[in-house]
Write a protein that binds this ligand. Structure first.
Ligand SMILES: [Mn+2]
Length: 360
């Protein structure tokens, strides 16, 4: 059984009783369509994928037929739809009277209603949770892609300080970062690169704007290069021209405290550990550091799983009782945010193995 058919099996195994799956890769793209095809090239808008336990049928059209054929694997049949009538007949032959699992999180209502009407399945079941469960544990191919994405993100982050200069805007630095990541082999970014200068760094999801860099500012960069369909998610915080900062001692103390918190979290990231324990290890460290002056400044969750999507299903926060498992890839990203002054976040991507956490 090849890796793609093993993914199919994983989803079937957690989906409960269904005869087959049917995905419609709508205009926005369905990550689960990518999960089951592994396609890294092409758009496949409105293409239909029907999945049986050991066979997948992709209904595509002349626009991307050859793109699909080039990425074909054992078990996948690519059908070139030339006319709507024979397409409907063929799909109906596969679907009518069956219990069909579909990706409710990514299926537009209009597509759902049309499947019901045109193909007449016996029942349509939402199996988006089964996809999340399968995707939480990465297989070897997925880990390979994530490692590459992390490597180019890390490399771009380690060279970005060379682009710091007084007066550069956040937008300019963000596009420089994306350019560098692209030249290191990334096929785009998994999300819009965050660059925040000075007090903007206290806003965890600040979008880069025309703010100019000044000596003594924090520079926070949160970015994730994409390789194949898989993205990294990393953050570094720098102090630009530290000797001209108004309060360099506080800035350095914030950096050291966040580093310490991240270390505590990563040490706690072991299989079978509760997600909340991992979050609390970091939060308690921040709350009690430096005489308690950062109490309450860590204002988001410790991390989340990454993969086909930047937020790939699992969250590590104080309210989550979910246990970590081998094969998960999670971020560890504690932060301290002081509104009106600035913020520090450090984020790395971690693979859970039977020997504990491995920082990618
Ligand atoms: Mn993140």
């Amino acid at each position: 059984m090849n890796e793609m058919l093993r993914r199919v099996k994983k989803v079937f195994d957690s989906a409960g009783r269904i005869d087959e799956m049917l995905l419609v890769n709508s205009e926005n793209g369905d990550p689960n369509f990518l999960y089951l095809t592994g396609f890294t090239s092409g758009v496949f808008e409105d293409n239909i994928l029907i999945v049986k336990r050991s066979k997948l049928y992709l209904f595509t059209n002349p626009l991307e037929y050859h793109t699909a054929l080039r990425q074909k694997f054992g078990g996948l049949e690519v059908i070139n739809n030339q006319d709507a009538h024979s397409l409907r007949a063929r799909i109906k032959g596969l679907v009518a009277g069956k219990v069909v699992g579909t990706d409710g999180a990514n299926l537009p209502m209009t597509a759902y209603l049309s499947i019901k009407k045109v193909y007449a399945p016996r029942k349509i079941v939402d199996i988006s949770d089964a996809f999340n469960e399968a995707r939480a544990i990465k297989d070897a191919g997925e880990i390979r892609a994530i490692r590459k994405a992390v490597a180019s993100t890390k490399k771009a982050l380690s060279g970005i300080e060379n682009s710091f200069e007084e007066g550069i805007t956040e937008l300019e630095l963000a596009s420089k970062f994306d350019y560098i990541a692209g030249s290191l082999g990334a096929g785009g970014m998994g999300f819009r690169t965050i660059v925040a200068f000075g007090k903007n760094s206290a806003l965890p999801h600040h979008f880069p704007d025309s703010t100019r860099l000044r000596a003594g500012d924090f520079v926070l960069i949160d970015a994730g290069a994409k390789v194949g369909n898989y993205g990294a998610d990393m953050t570094r915080t720098f102090i630009f021209k530290e000797r001209r900062a108004k309060n360099p001692e506080l800035m350095k103390d914030m950096l050291n405290t966040v580093k310490g918190a991240q270390l505590r979290a990563i040490e706690a990231m072991k299989a079978k550990r509760n997600g909340a324990d991992v979050h609390n290890a970091a939060e308690e460290y921040i709350n009690s550091a430096s005489g308690g002056k950062y109490r309450g400044t860590f204002i988001h969750s410790l991390g989340h799983s990454i993969g086909l999507e930047t937020h790939d299903g699992i969250v590590i926060s104080k309210s989550v009782r979910q246990k970590l498992k081998e094969g998960m890839v999670l971020t560890a990203e504690p932060g301290i945010y002081i509104n009106g002054f600035g913020g520090v976040r450090i984020e790395d991507d971690v693979l859970i193995t039977k020997y504990g956490a491995v920082v990618l």
